[in-house]
Design a protein around this ligand. Sequence first.
Ligand SMILES: [Zn+2]
Length: 474
Amino acid sequence: MIRSQNVLIKVACLFSLFSLSAYAHQYSPFAQFQMPSTMIAKIQFTNYKLGMWKLNKLHLDVAGVDIKNKSADVVINQAELSKLENLGFNVSVTMSTSLMRAPDSQYKNPDKIEHILQDFHSRYPDLTQLKVVGKSLQGRSIWAIKISEQAIAHNPAKPAVLFNGMHHAREVMGPEVALDIIETLLTNYGKDSKITHWVNSSEIWVLPMFNVDGNNIVWTNDNMWRKNARENYGVDINRNYPYAWGSCNGSSGNKSAQDYRGASAGSEPETQVMMNFVKEIRPVFDISYHSYSELVIYPMGCSGVHTQNADVVEKIGKEMGSQLGYTAGTAWETLYSVDGGDIDWMYAEYQVIPYVIEVNSRNEGFQPNFSKRKPTVELNRKAWQLILERLDGSGIHGSVSSNNKVVSDFNVKVQKKNGESYSDYMSYRGNADGTYNLILNPGDYRLTITGPTIETSVQETSVNQSRAQVNFEL
Ligand SMILES: [Zn+2]
């Protein structure tokens, strides 16, 4: 089964070298689809929050929501439709199996992503670094590209950011947004002063297609496939991260569920690839692109929980939301509780400021006509550019050294001045290259550096609208 899929993709790609339409016609992959009898149905709520709470308990496949019109779309079978009706949900079928079809052939498969990244690298060799960050369960390469002046070398003075697409295989617009980030940065470098500055002063990592195995299934077997390729059921990679895994009914322990969390925390190779990558590059910000629902989601995922520095995390999330015209909030405020998600793990483990952006509305769905790409990626430039702009905004960065050697294991305890006294604000893990990068609101702060190999050291500083630098030379 898997082998035949690989052969199909290779042959299909051979054809795509000559003509994309040849691919579409010769290999209409959907002829061999063995679709279960599924449909997309719309559930209309009278009370959105209460309705979503009830729906979440069923662990159905929630495709997306329309918060303004208080509705949710679910991908269900006949038995699930009957169950929903029996439970009193106001449900109407909007698309049946016969209408489901392959994505527009201009969307990307894993091979196309690789070719496109190779092409960018050959056109901009000094500004880019290509990297296979790891292998998927089925052995496919997961690619990322770094965009920075003199990209081949790591420069500890430059803060890193990460933009990644496609934790969920069927969400084909995510990689398009990621590819547009790459193209916009590279083609405007040296022409647009802001973009030139961002590329010169930061290390911008873009990982367009994370769930490569799942995406292969989307093109060859089932265009509504969401999870990875674990046996015949799949694991929802974005419920598999080890922080608070399976802790708040924000995932399912049932293999057939679309939000199946996996056999154990961090069990999936893809999850481990992302964890190792984040550990290595230590991004200040992350955006994970998903579709659809027009949302900006920030941590934490479990009901009632906010980030400790919500004054920063939620403020920036709301600014992106208002720029995009999307609703901003935690998952439990906007959708339902989520556990084992990437943004919670990144935040808890390394204090990354991470967001999920759900691009597109229910009018577009998971796989709109490719003509929807242009307005989607153009709109979304506002959010990732806001993040790059914010790197220069209020905050503190610096380095920690001892006897002129980099200190690789340290924590930064931050206290904020309220009136005449300092109160605890947040604790951050330092980077292995001896640097730290904190995004803070303006104010007076006290930083305490601690670590197993160093004497505790304290400095105080004021933060205004731009980045302050505080180095610790011990
Ligand atoms: Zn998703």
